[in-house]
Design a binder for this molecule. Structure first.
Ligand SMILES: [Zn+2]
Length: 218
């Protein structure tokens, strides 16, 4: 059984299934057997040649090692207008549906916007909130709308609020990730299993099954 690292910016030697974040504006040179998600990050929207990136996206998306879109999403803390971000995000949703590849979402103070957008677009693909840090109430709201949750290294800070959220998420909606940290995904699994009062093997198995079901892989 392998660890599943749902989102990483730095592929490691760890014996794991890693979904590597591939920014659209960077050259795409896939390594054999590696898995990628194509990212048009809201932080990058005003820094990149958007048309060029969007053109490439359609082509890259057909690559068999590209199994997801994201991270993409909405961020209320940056200066790029939310309307601009939402227009780009809508394109990413359309591509995700067209290519049948799940969406990995960056969300900063935009959970209610995401619920609104998800309701109006009724996607078939899974929407996974990466680096999830919402509280219990937010988690319950998001669960009503069928979101998935990926917890990152911030879980290791042992914030009681975040642990409460972790305990709120059903096992079939759960993922873990290292994001841009140097942490091992194994460390996050071990800590989460302890909080969830299950064995690490069980958690590993359940997350692997989630990965298999959503990405039709493994
Ligand atoms: Zn990231």
């Amino acid at each position: 059984m392998k660890w599943v690292n749902l989102h990483t910016h730095h592929p490691s030697d760890e014996q794991s299934i890693q979904l590597i974040n591939q920014p659209l504006q960077h050259p795409f040179a896939p390594t054999a057997d590696a898995l990628y998600s194509l990212s048009l990050h809201p932080w990058d929207i005003e820094k990149i040649n958007l048309n060029e990136c969007l053109q490439q996206e359609d082509q890259f998306l057909r690559h068999p090692q590209v199994i997801a879109i994201g991270e993409c999403g909405l961020d209320r803390v940056i200066s790029t207008p939310l309307a601009t971000q939402e227009a780009i995000f809508s394109q990413q949703i359309e591509l995700s549906e067209k290519a049948s590849k799940p969406l990995i979402i960056h969300a900063v103070r935009t959970y209610s916007d995401l619920i609104r957008i998800k309701k109006s677009s009724s996607p078939r693909q899974a929407w996974i909130l990466h680096g999830y840090q919402g509280n219990k109430q937010t988690t319950q709201q998001l669960l009503k709308h069928d979101f998935y949750f990926s917890f990152g290294p911030s879980l290791l800070n042992k914030s009681p609020k975040l642990i409460e959220s972790l305990l709120t998420v059903p096992f079939e909606k759960l993922f873990f990730e290292t994001d841009d940290s140097a942490e091992k995904v194994e460390t996050i699994f071990i800590f989460a299993a302890k909080m969830l009062k299950i064995s690490v093997d069980q958690l590993q198995q359940m997350v692997f099954e989630n990965f298999h079901r959503i990405f039709r892989y493994g």
